[in-house]
Design a binder for this molecule. Sequence first.
Ligand code: NIG
Ligand code: FE
Length: 390
Amino acid sequence: MSLLIDRIGELVTNDDGNCGCARGHLTTLADAAVLIEEDRIVWVGRSKDAPAADHRLGADGRAVLPGFVDSHSHLVFAGDRAPEFAARMAGNPYTGGGIRTTVAATRAATDDELRESATRLRDEALRQGTTTIEIKSGYGLSVADETRSLRIARELSAETTFLGAHVVPPEYAGRVDDYVSLVCGPMLHAATPYARWIDVFCETGAFDEDHARAILTVGRAAGLGVRVHANQLGHGPGVQLAVELDAASADHCTHLTDRDVEALAGMWTVATLLPGAEFSTRSPYPDARRLLDAGATVALATDCNPGSSYTSSMAFCIALAVREMRMTPAEAVWAATAGGARALRRDDVGVIAPGKRADLIVLDAPSYLHLAYRPGVQLVSEVVHNGVKL
Ligand code: NIG
Ligand code: FE
């Protein structure tokens, strides 16, 4: 079965000709068409040269982009923390302490409740154009609850991350070494069949550098790729550790020294910025310009979770990045598509080119510029995922 999308006013391809360079540039094609066969893109060119197809979707001058790649989310949880958000807006700081509230609610939920809530959020993201989403565990923090969180996450995405080292759960208070042993042993063993990645919240109040290194190293030895929650709440060792361990991504990167920026420059470890978290915690935004000018690869993701960033909207993150983080609209859209793909070490998504996965969105707008120019508006009018129009 083939599908032709034609009469595209502006096609964002992100096609760097497979140069393999870590940091790419947004590329566009005017008056374009895309031919899809099954779940793959097979042809990209001018609309006037388009081949015939079984089905046709006319874009009528609208913009078409790769589906968003949200490389950082925490969708498996129960409950919400709206009162905590309201308290922050009234001046309370965010410390990460509320994570334990969600852990208690998640442990008390049934499998079906967790599955239903995570599926609803995944579908919400998909309707807004997110065709690839990474999903972390991290609100179970016991062998059984981390394993079931990952089992549910795996039903929704191939990009699953074991975050048993999110915080130390209450029953291990004062016994962090024992909890790290649990994470590195039985929990990792049970989680590994359902996880592609391992992550640690490396921050004061969560896990220190030595614990984070131990957990990530044993996870890597078990075959998982590495990612790190780094430098969110203050300066710390997370970014350096991520680069040292060749992590696919250092996430947050809000508080960076010059040494941290230098460490990320030109490396394969992507700096994934999560402006929804700064919005929702009323914190200073990371300086994307500083990273980009230094030569780091930047991705944007939602961090969707009930505490620090309860949004599934990549468009919202793009708008924040442009308005608050000194990114150009082109850089922000690249970071939310091809950048996210780099942060997941994927070369089959985030790009519109022959051979790539047929994940595309049609905007109700003539240009990708409108994603930041028209904030808060649902501009994604069509989503094609795995070659199928939703
Ligand atoms: O990425 N900082 C650590 N984890 C999440 C927040 C989790 C929560 O507050 O529930 C984050 O922001
Ligand atoms: Fe997070």
